[in-house]
Design a binder for this molecule. Structure first.
Ligand code: C5P
Length: 288
């Protein structure tokens, strides 16, 4: 086999807590993430000349090894001593700078594709360790599903899967660069923190209503008044249309709402899409 098409699901944060700023400039986090069936499709083709080419048609995203997908291929070939190259074409659906780990999801998909094509016996742990060298969210994206992430984001624990639901995801037009948002946080000034014990219990009990109300993202406390107004507007619309709960994902600015009811979710999707063109209707990705 010389080529493989792989799906790269986006992630959403049910919670995001920042525990402390570390000596190395990173922050210790505690967050619960889920994968959704909104994602990118990648075609990964092996080359014999060690070159790594990345194409993302219709976008101005970086190509080659400046793209996290290309960087993932380089790390995979170096770590496995492979003399191959790769040609990667990405069909992009996950919005950029959205808090949905679009770049990390692509990198993880490349690692999984290259494992299948070249080294099927490589363990998940090994692949996640390669992911850690690429970015803090990549190990989670390698694993997928519902998981608690700690440390920089690389210490993962599997959590009970999401109950069936519909998810409306809405990205306002502005982007929020992750390092800038981290720079705004003074950990000792944060007022709210997620209750992870209660969230775990709600997931175990498949109680969507209870878990949706426990979603907390501390980055929402450091938004400028203008950003907060837009995030607040999207949340209010989602709740008005019957969402069981709504939160910002990652370092934003994307907001999502969880719905028990398909019709209510469709209503919210149609209404939000008219105001915010980057609105999507999705659901949790099936877990293995
Ligand atoms: O690891 P990654 O390259 O994705 O991180 C991007 C930036 O986000 C880092 O340079 C850092 O500023 C910030 N970050 C952080 N703590 C984390 C993860 C990311 O401060 N746990």
């Amino acid at each position: 086999m010389k080529e493989l098409a792989v799906f790269a699901p986006a992630k959403l944060n049910l919670t995001l807590d920042i525990l402390c700023r570390r000596e190395d400039g990173y922050h210790d986090l505690k967050m619960v993430m889920i994968s959704v069936d909104l994602g990118d499709t990648l075609m990964v083709r092996l080359r014999e000349d060690r070159k790594i080419l990345v194409r993302v048609p219709g976008t101005d995203l970086p190509e080659g090894e400046d793209n996290l997908a290309g960087r993932a291929a380089r790390i995979f070939f170096d770590e496995t001593g492979s003399a191959s190259g790769a040609e990667i074409t990405i069909e992009k659906r996950i919005p950029a700078q959205a808090g949905m780990a679009g770049g990390s999801a692509n990198a993880a998909a490349v690692l999984r594709a290259l494992r299948t094509l070249l080294h099927p016996a490589l363990t998940d742990r090994k692949l996640e360790a390669m992911g850690e060298q690429i970015g803090s969210d990549v190990p989670y994206c390698v694993r997928g599903g519902t998981a608690l992430a700690e440390g920089r984001g690389e210490r993962l624990t599997d959590w009970p899967p999401m109950p069936p639901c519909r998810i409306v995801v809405c990205k306002p037009e502005f982007g929020l660069p992750t390092p800038e948002l981290f720079g705004r946080v003074r950990v000792e000034k944060l007022r709210t923190h997620p209750d992870h014990e209660a969230l775990h219990a709600a997931l175990l009990g498949k109680d969507l209503r209870a878990m949706a109300k426990l979603m907390v993202n501390v980055f929402e406390e450091v938004l400028t008044p203008q950003e907060a107004e837009t995030i607040g507007d999207i949340k209010a619309r989602l709740l008005r249309f019957g969402a069981a709960g709504a939160a910002m994902t990652g370092s934003g600015p994307t907001v999502f709402g969880l719905f028990e009811d398909e019709t209510a979710a469709r209503g919210a999707f149609d209404a939000l899409k008219a105001v915010y063109p980057q609105t999507f209707l999705t659901r949790p990705a099936p877990e293995v």
